[in-house]
Design a protein around this ligand. Structure first.
Ligand code: NI
Length: 405
């Protein structure tokens, strides 16, 4: 490996991670977490401010008059009862850091320490400790509060048990999916199970909708463009001998290409409404937009890759290789400015690990200093590019065009 982080810094990172892990807090309730972050920044003598209550933003000075390089960590936990049995397992009932955001926070604090030590940064660095990623809401709220003012480019990453520790995964283009939500309400006519001709059966209508909308991805979307339509909830009826008059279906729509995203939404509406008409049932379709896909921009990705090669060596830098259909609200930043979102290999040694958002999720802490070294390195490189004018903001950013590489 090209760089190593000194052991005192690693120890502090592990201690903070474990402390955050022990006291996880849900989206928008990260008060103790924000206090912990503030205290760590205070120790490093980094000036800071709060945004939206639990967001912590800190600026490292550098390169007079230049726009900043932003580094972002998400800080919130999930409503899951932890079952890892770790000595620092959650002390907060029903709340768990099951997505590694405790690690992300520790990584950004580690990067802050590495960058502060150096002094004389080529461009300012803005550290963003962002609440409410799990709700897909924190990024947008912080942006509305001005977190990207005077920021030229942004970087972030996620711990990932699919890759072993020491691997950094840097991918051009789309690296997460849009996550929209739909709700379909079917209003039929309830009645006696023995007199179906007097009813409009909402279970039958709802079932046809479930089956029909499954054909959107398989028959309407280019198979080389990954997309998903999932019905996660279908409720209708109360008793076996009564035909249900009402049904409710809810689900998620995912895509990496903005045009595919629009297509999926339109087709769900068209098919559901047509089936309603076919069976004379009342039909309401409600679609709520979630996060857009994260689309890494080419120049930022090139910087991210060079930083990764510097930190772990060429042979340990990978690309995703297959579509990731998860959601991530870092997407909102990249809809405004160029940037890159990478993955830190963090598979627990000797196991394949448990999925993020599982009650037994854990990651390899040896990934923390690697993440911190990458963040510091990419901040330096992006800062130098800004300073040398190699990264004119207007040149680097091509607004999301709907083209998936
Ligand atoms: Ni996450």
């Amino acid at each position: 490996m090209g760089q190593s982080v000194e052991s005192a810094v690693v120890e502090r990172m592990v201690a903070i991670r474990r402390d955050l892990h022990r006291y996880p807090e849900l989206s928008w309730q990260e008060f103790q977490t924000a206090e912990r972050i503030s205290a760590a920044l205070h120790e490093l003598e980094i000036p800071q401010r709060r945004l939206m209550g639990t967001g912590v933003v800190a600026d490292l000075p550098g390169g007079d008059g230049l726009a900043a390089v932003a580094l972002r960590a998400d800080i919130d936990a999930l409503p899951i009862q932890e079952e890892t049995g770790l000595p620092f397992a959650s002390a907060n009932d029903g709340v768990m850091h099951a997505c590694g955001h405790d690690g992300h926070t520790s990584i950004l604090l580690g990067a802050a320490e590495l960058l502060t030590r150096e002094g004389d940064l080529p461009a300012p660095v803005r550290l963003i400790f962002q609440p409410a990623e799990e709700k897909g809401a924190g990024a947008k709220a912080l942006m509305e509060a001005g977190v990207l003012e005077n920021v030229a480019i942004a970087f972030a990453g996620h711990l990932d048990r699919h890759f072993s520790t020491g691997i950094l995964v840097v991918t051009d283009g789309a690296v997460s999916a849009s996550t929209d939500h739909f709700k379909i309400c079917v209003t039929g006519q309830g009645g006696h199970a023995a007199r179906p001709h007097e009813t409009i059966d909402a279970v039958v209508v709802g079932s046809l909708i479930v089956t029909a909308i499954q054909t959107i991805v398989s028959r309407e979307i280019d198979p080389t463009h990954p997309s998903i339509v999932t019905v996660g909830r279908f409720e209708a009826g109360k008793v076996p001998n009564v035909i249900a008059g009402q049904a409710e279906l809810e689900g998620t729509i995912r895509a990496q290409d903005p045009q595919v995203r629009e297509h999926l939404k339109k087709s769900i509406r068209r098919m559901a409404e047509s089936i309603g008409q076919l069976h004379q049932a009342g039909l309401e379709v409600e679609i709520t937009d979630g996060t857009p896909p994260v689309i890494n921009t080419p120049n930022a990705t090139a910087l991210a890759r060079r930083a990764a090669v510097e930190v772990v060596g060429e042979e340990h830098v990978r690309t995703l290789g297959r579509a990731n259909m998860g959601g991530e609200d870092f997407a909102y930043y990249l809809a405004e400015i160029p940037g890159c979102y990478i993955r830190f290999g963090a598979r627990p040694p000797g196991s394949s690990g448990f999925a993020a958002h599982s009650s037994r999720f854990d990651f390899d802490e040896a990934a923390l200093p690697i993440g911190a070294a990458w963040m510091a390195e990419v901040a330096r490189r992006a800062g130098a590019a800004l300073k040398n004018g190699d990264l004119e903001v207007s040149d680097t950013f091509e607004r999301v065009s709907g083209v998936v590489p």
